[in-house]
Every structure is written in structure tokens, then in C-alpha cells.
Design a protein around this ligand. Structure first.
Ligand code: NAP
Length: 280
């Protein structure tokens, strides 16, 4: 039987890189896509160390270039004839108080974290519809279920993804297509530093939230972050599950946050958060 085919976005680092390797380890042919092929070294080294280089096809894809997606999907069908798994992983986080975020900064956040996933999903849906099968795995976040300090734009993009994906799942279940949301807590990847886009107003010092921002930054640096291989292994398991759930929360911190949000009245919950953060 030919290999199953998976497409992963944002494979140059973090969860995407590890997921590409994990899927290859589990017998998938993986189209490991990234927006800048000049950043493929880490993936190539990891693939070579795992002995799966021949299972990877590294291709360029910027998920905010929507117009390129139909041609990308067409080429994929030409090359492989099928697509079994799409992992919509590419993303970044706008960091800054909601008051300081410019509308353009918020829009950019949505372009990648929401519209990027939507556009690519729409481009591959006809392939999966024709096959009568396929897994679409969205890398969302605990921030798609729980608002958080200083990442309102990020949380908004993930809440949007949650609503869109939940609805899509209802629509495509009958076509044999499984839509799944993976919701990680804090994992040690580049999203916390290299890929954190601090808003202009915080960088140029004009923010009225300057001092609170500095205190919050300290708190964030102190948050324990887990090994992202946990998330990659979970995604590989979901990709092979013929009957996956809609949601997979991953990480003890994510479970605790959601449990507290559901258990406590919101007014108590927000007091608890304020006491823990100590950012007045
Ligand atoms: N780490 C966490 O704590 C955490 C928690 C919850 C959810 N997540 C989610 O996990 C996913 C992966 O993030 P990560 O933690 O692995 O962070 P990461 O190491 O920063 O990886 C993000 C990846 O997305 C890529 N990317 C960003 N914009 C892109 C675009 N327009 N087109 C294509 N690729 C793009 C980056 O490419 P470049 O290398 O070119 O920048 C990078 O490969 C994200 O959706 C994130 O929201 C992460």
C-alpha cells in the first residue's frame, strides 16, 4: 500500500518541525512546508538524525499568500494523487496590551493564524471530498478557549479558528473528513521569543501600559514550558486515528486553566489570575 500523504505548515521550527518528523517516523510521506526555504537546516538535520530524510518533501508555502494556494494544492495532487492529513500549524503571536494593538497588527495576526488556515483548508477540501477521507488538524491553543493577558489578538485569532473548525467539522463529517482542534498549553518553542511580534507602541515606548508590560514580560519568562515533542506525538496519533475527537487539550497547564474557568464563577477566576500575575 502506498504511503499516506501529510502536509504540515510551518515546519521550519517548533511543533511543525517535530510533527513533520513524527509523521515521517510513522510511515507518512510528509510535505513539510515553510515560508522561507533558507530556514530548512534544522528540519533537514532532524530528519537525517531520525533516518527519515527520504520521507520528507520540503516545499515553500507562506500561509498568508492565499492566491498561491489553489496552485499549491493542484501540484500536490499531480505529485502524490492524494492528501490524507493536513496539519494547519503555522502561526505566531502578537504580544501587547489590547489598548496598544493597531488594527493593522490585529489584521496581520488573523491573516496567518486564522485566514491562512482557512484558505489552505479550502484549497485541499476538494481533494479530500473526492477521496471520501482525510484529517484536517488545526493547531489551536488553550488561548482559543481562554482569554489571556497581553495576547488578545492571538486569543481572538484562535477563538475564531475554534468556531470555524467546530462548524466545519459538522459540515464535513458526512463526507468522511475529520476536523480536529489541538489546544496546547505553554511549550518551549520560538513562539515565545523569535516569533513573538511585540506591538509597535510597546517597542517605541509610547504605550501607557509600559510598566505593566515590563512586569508581565518577567512573569511570562518565568512560565514553565514543556517539551513540544508531546504535541507532535499527539498530532501523529490523531492523524492515524480513524475516529478522532473534535478537541485535544494538551499540557497540564492547559487542563488546569480550562478546569478553573469552568469551575469558578468568572469574577473569582479573574481575581485568582490577577493575584497570580501581580500586574496591576
Ligand atoms: N509553543 C506554544 O506554547 C504554543 C501553545 C499553543 C499553541 N501553539 C501553536 O503552535 C503552532 C506552532 O507554533 P510553535 O510554538 O511551534 O512556534 P514556532 O517555533 O515559532 O513555529 C511557528 C512556525 O510557523 C511559521 N510561520 C509563521 N508565519 C508563517 C506564515 N505566514 N507562513 C508559513 N509559516 C509561517 C514559522 O516560520 P518561520 O520559521 O519562517 O518564522 C514557524 O515555522 C502555532 O499555531 C501556535 O499558535 C504554540
Amino acid at each position: 500500500m502506498p504511503d499516506k500523504v501529510a502536509l504540515v505548515t510551518g515546519s521550519s521550527s517548533g511543533i511543525g518541525l517535530l510533527t513533520a518528523i513524527e509523521l515521517a517516523n510513522n510511515g507518512f510521506k510528509v510535505i513539510a512546508s515553510m515560508r522561507d526555504l533558507g530556514r530548512r537546516d534544522r528540519l533537514d538535520q532532524a530528519a537525517s538524525a531520525a533516518g527519515v530524510s527520504d520521507k520528507l518533501d520540503v516545499q515553500r508555502l507562506d500561509v498568508s499568500e492565499f492566491a498561491a494556494m489553489p496552485a499549491f494544492a493542484e501540484k500536490l495532487v499531480g505529485d502524490y494523487g492524494r492528501l490524507d492529513v493536513l496539519v494547519n500549524n503555522a502561526g505566531f503571536a502578537v504580544a501587547g496590551f489590547a489598548e496598544d494593538v493597531k488594527l493593522d497588527e490585529l489584521r496581520q495576526q488573523f491573516e496567518t493564524n486564522f485566514f491562512g488556515h482557512v484558505a489552505l483548508t479550502k484549497a485541499v477540501l476538494p481533494i479530500m471530498r473526492q477521496q471520501g477521507s482525510g484529517h484536517i488538524i488545526m493547531v489551536s491553543s488553550i488561548s482559543g478557549l481562554h482569554g489571556a493577558f497581553s495576547v488578545s489578538s492571538y486569543a481572538a485569532s484562535k477563538f475564531a479558528l475554534e468556531g470555524w473548525s467546530e462548524s466545519l467539522r459538522l459540515e464535513v463529517n458526512a463526507l468522511g473528513i475529520k476536523v480536529v482542534l489541538v489546544e496546547p498549553g505553554a511549550y518551549k518553542t520560538d513562539i515565545w521569543d523569535r516569533n513573538a511580534h511585540v506591538v509597535e507602541k510597546a517597542l517605541d515606548g509610547s504605550s501607557p501600559n509600559r510598566e505593566r508590560g515590563a512586569k508581565f514580560k518577567e512573569r511570562v519568562q518565568g512560565i514553565p514550558k514543556r517539551d513540544p515533542i508531546e504535541v507532535a506525538r499527539l498530532i501523529a496519533r490523531i492523524a492515524q486515528d480513524p475516529n478522532p475527537r473534535l478537541r485535544y487539550l494538551v499540557g497540564a497547564d492547559a487542563h488546569i486553566q480550562l478546569w478553573l474557568k469552568r469551575l469558578l464563577p468568572w469574577k473569582w477566576h479573574e481575581k485568582l489570575i490577577a493575584r497570580m500575575l501581580k500586574v496591576d
